[in-house]
Ligand binder design. Sequence first.
Ligand SMILES: Nc1ncnc2c1ncn2[C@@H]1O[C@H](COP(=O)(O)OP(=O)(O)OP(=O)(O)O)[C@@H](O)[C@H]1O
Ligand SMILES: [Mg+2]
Length: 309
Amino acid sequence: MSEEYAITAQGVVKKFGEFTAVNGLDLFIPKGQIYGFLGPNGCGKSTSIRLLTGLLAPTAGDIEVLGLNVPQEAEKLKTKIGYMTQKFSLYDDLSVEENLFFMGRIYGLPEALLKKRLTAQLETYGLSQLKDNRVSGMSGGQKQRLSLAAATIHQPELLFLDEPTSAVDPENRREFWEQLFDLCESGTTILISTHYMDEAERCHNLAIMEAGVIRAHGLPETLMDNLGVTVVEVLADNLRQIKVQLLKSEYINSVAQLGVRLRVLVSEDISRPLEWLREQYPELRNATLEISRASLEDVFVSVTGEGRQ
Ligand SMILES: Nc1ncnc2c1ncn2[C@@H]1O[C@H](COP(=O)(O)OP(=O)(O)OP(=O)(O)O)[C@@H](O)[C@H]1O
Ligand SMILES: [Mg+2]
């Protein structure tokens, strides 16, 4: 494997009995990047992460993480990675400091280094004042900060974050991302799963997953630029009725209502979408039609086919 990749995966399949949760995963994740898995519930994000950490063995395929074969060499990998699970795995009855101490011990940090790291983590994640508090009484944002501090106490090269911001408000989410960019700048590679579009847009690279398959991948901007549709916003009366009409056309990939507007994804096969829409649909003759820039949500509905409902 090339030195430049933190993770490579080829043809990775995971079956649970008859059910295929991950179906042919191919990944090349460069070192030093924040890489996102974006996808709906049950698409296989957590299963993929577990496979990459070596916690689950694949049914087929090859995985290499930080130059180690996974799961064969998973034991060696353990101290090089951090993993923040979907449900924060903290000990409710222990204090903030005790949780960090415990994690440091698990990662085998020598006592003197552990003490130093503990102080540094409390400081970095704004937990110094709370160090003697028990986890059970803490807010979602505080628990999230502690989970990140615990997952990075041993300064891992690679960090797996499974929907780390689902339990916190937008402000905490923003702060959390600032911390991720700091980690990234200090050389940590980060793989993060999410179903928030705004969060996915912050990643350097992105894989959009659906039903165990990567439907599209690349830079968020490239995905948006190469969408293969024109986005038209429609301002009109009777939006519900218009939506039903529009969806009958094979040239329309998706129609979503956003307040008083419809966001319509028209296939690039139609060269003059505004004129075409007015000609095809008498109900749009007096409507305001405008071409709009593609968003990541447009990419998502377009590649997953969710927009045709
Ligand atoms: N141990 C297991 N045994 C059987 N089925 C499983 C197991 N783990 C996951 N699955 C199934 O595999 C599919 C993918 O699950 P996974 O947890 O990876 O999805 P996800 O993308 O993380 O979803 P979410 O956004 O809800 O966390 C789901 O249908 C799930 O029910
Ligand atoms: Mg999950």
